[in-house]
Design a protein around this ligand. Structure first.
Ligand SMILES: O=C(O)CCC(=O)C(=O)O
Ligand SMILES: [Fe+2]
Length: 291
């Protein structure tokens, strides 16, 4: 099986909803980000020139943007290249939020995460810049928290993704304490004696290049590997379709902190869901809000 790759000009929002969002089938859209100022603009030189001093923390260690690009471009070979190097755009690079509008690209909508009720970040979702270097691997195979659907917009370089079609949870050996992560340590060399059910899994591996957008539907196991110097922008999608599962997760995650927090957060989210449902019915156009 392959992941469909199609030019955004050749698929409508309605077709996307019916053929990909509802059945939960991944898709690569070409040129969907042409409407973004970031398209063809987000390059290592662009970031070095404007944001070279901007800092972020990766694996507990602070780096400047210049240090990150020195590592991922192979100019600094004195230490390991971390992956993924992330910046939360609204808070760490707010100057760039205008360059990724409209976030929904005309496809990722309605997106309740764009309503002021569901402030991004608080629910585990975010609008994030990812930077990587050759061979940089996402640390584990996983499904995204909170039953959110993910959109990965590749703006520079190539990333290899692997996705597993729906219905293969059992073959992925979810970690008992964290059902969102696979306990298989190296997915490129699976020890079938230890993980025999994985023999039935049907991974699909493909490359996403500059100007391409990958839609990873809710509940799809996936992982990524940077093939060269890469820059991408990721965001999440929530609406009536994944909201019931999202609400259960809000309860589950907050309950780990305290019952009171779980009650408060779930109540808040439920009201937000009701308001957004009403907004969808009335055709409210949401102004993107990112926190
Ligand atoms: O682009 C990547 O490295 C994959 C990121 C991802 O799957 C995630 O952040 O949940
Ligand atoms: Fe993910």
């Amino acid at each position: 099986m392959e992941v469909r790759k199609i030019d955004a000009a050749d698929i409508t929002h309605e077709q996307f909803i019916e053929e990909h969002w509802k059945p939960g089938i991944p898709l690569v859209l070409k040129n969907a980000t042409k409407v973004w100022g970031a398209y063809n603009t987000f390059t290592p030189d662009f970031f070095r020139a404007r944001f070279g001093d901007r800092r972020t923390i990766v694996d507990g260690r602070e780096y400047t943007m210049n240090e990150i690009f020195d590592l991922v471009e192979g100019k600094d070979t004195s230490r390991p290249v971390p992956y993924p190097c992330k910046y939360h755009l609204p808070t760490q690079l707010p100057e760039l939020v205008e360059m990724v509008k409209p976030v929904n690209l005309g496809y990722a909508q309605p997106n309740w995460l764009e309503s002021s009720w569901f402030k991004r970040g608080y629910w585990g979702s975010a609008l994030e810049l990812f930077i990587g270097g050759p061979g940089g691997k996402f640390p584990y195979v996983h499904v995204d928290y909170y039953h959110l659907s993910a959109w990965v917009n590749q703006l520079y370089g190539h990333k290899q993704f692997t996705v597993w079609p729906r219905g293969q949870d059992e073959y992925m050996y979810p970690e008992p304490g964290d059902m969102w992560k696979s306990s298989i340590p190296d997915i490129e060399n699976v020890d079938l004696a230890k993980y025999p059910k994985y023999a039935k899994a049907t991974p699909i591996t493909f490359v996403v290049g500059p100007g391409e957008t990958l839609f990873i539907p809710v509940g799809i196991w996936h992982t990524a590997k940077s093939l060269d110097t890469t820059i991408s922008v990721a965001f999440d999608l929530l609406n009536a379709r994944n909201f019931p599962a999202f609400l259960k997760d809000v309860w589950g995650f907050k309950k780990r902190e305290s019952l009171a927090k779980a009650v408060a957060a779930t109540g808040y989210a439920a009201v937000g869901g009701a308001l957004c449902t009403l907004g969808d019915t009335l055709g409210v156009k949401r102004a993107p809000v990112h926190n």
